[in-house]
Design a protein around this ligand. Structure first.
Ligand code: DX5
Ligand code: ZN
Length: 217
């Protein structure tokens, strides 16, 4: 849980050629593909659903890190599992029995992630930290790519890594929103190890150089 993982966010890719964009990310050194699912209800935007995950799964071997920004993750879970997700992250703020959803994800053989928004205190996720493979600390208010990193979240990242150490737990700490080489360096220092990056990777002139810069920040 200290290895650096770089997960480009498909939301920033050119949707007219998704297959080529995923290959481009893989060749540029992506470790995971981050896939942002938005329902127009939990967040003020609509992106894509299980069909997109399935398409990417069928044409590539890359680890699929699926971030569900939807109000009822419990209702859609089976569809995201059978689409080929490797890790499914649900929000603690969504309308579901969080412990039960995490249990179902793991029972299906997927890794389970739990996300919290910048305004949500760390204490809200504490009851579930023994049941997850990844904690996602949002570093922007979710809904859109291209927003500015919120440095006030760094404190929560430090708390999450300190809590893991103190309690002998095992989960990745992922950050998502406004990540580039500069903000990644601050997140690594606070203890995060999985960097989601949309604009700074897919929209870079040289994607491989951008990923390397984030990895070695
Ligand atoms: C925000 C999404 C992010 C987004 C990140 O709601 O969860 O994954 O794609 O985009 P950038 O890296 O451009 O901030
Ligand atoms: Zn995301």
């Amino acid at each position: 849980f200290t290895d650096r993982v770089i997960a480009p966010s498909l939301l920033a890719a050119d949707f007219s050629r998704v297959g080529e964009e995923v290959s481009r990310a893989i060749h540029a050194g992506a470790d995971w593909m981050h896939m942002d699912v938005m329902d127009g209800h939990f967040v003020d935007n609509i992106s894509f659903g299980p069909a997109m995950i399935q398409t990417v799964h069928e044409s590539n071997d890359i680890f699929l890190d699926v971030h569900l920004m939807i109000s009822r993750p419990d209702h859609y879970l089976e569809r995201f599992i059978s689409a080929g997700s490797d890790l499914i992250t649900v929000h603690v703020e969504a309308e579901h029995d969080v412990a039960e959803t995490l249990r179902r994800i793991r029972e299906a053989g997927c890794q389970a992630g739990l996300a919290l928004n910048p305004a949500t205190p760390f204490s809200e996720v504490v009851p579930f930290l023994g049941e997850i493979d990844l904690l996602l600390c949002m570093t922007v208010v979710p809904g859109f790519g291209g927003q500015a990193f919120m440095p006030e979240v760094l404190e929560k990242i430090s708390a999450a890594t300190a809590f893991r150490q103190t309690n002998g737990l095992r989960y990745h700490v992922e950050v998502d929103g406004g990540i580039d080489a500069t903000t990644a360096a601050r997140c690594y220092s606070a203890g995060a190890n999985v960097m989601v990056a949309g604009s700074s990777t897919f929209r870079a002139a040289d994607m491989a150089a951008a990923i390397t810069a984030i990895r070695t920040a």
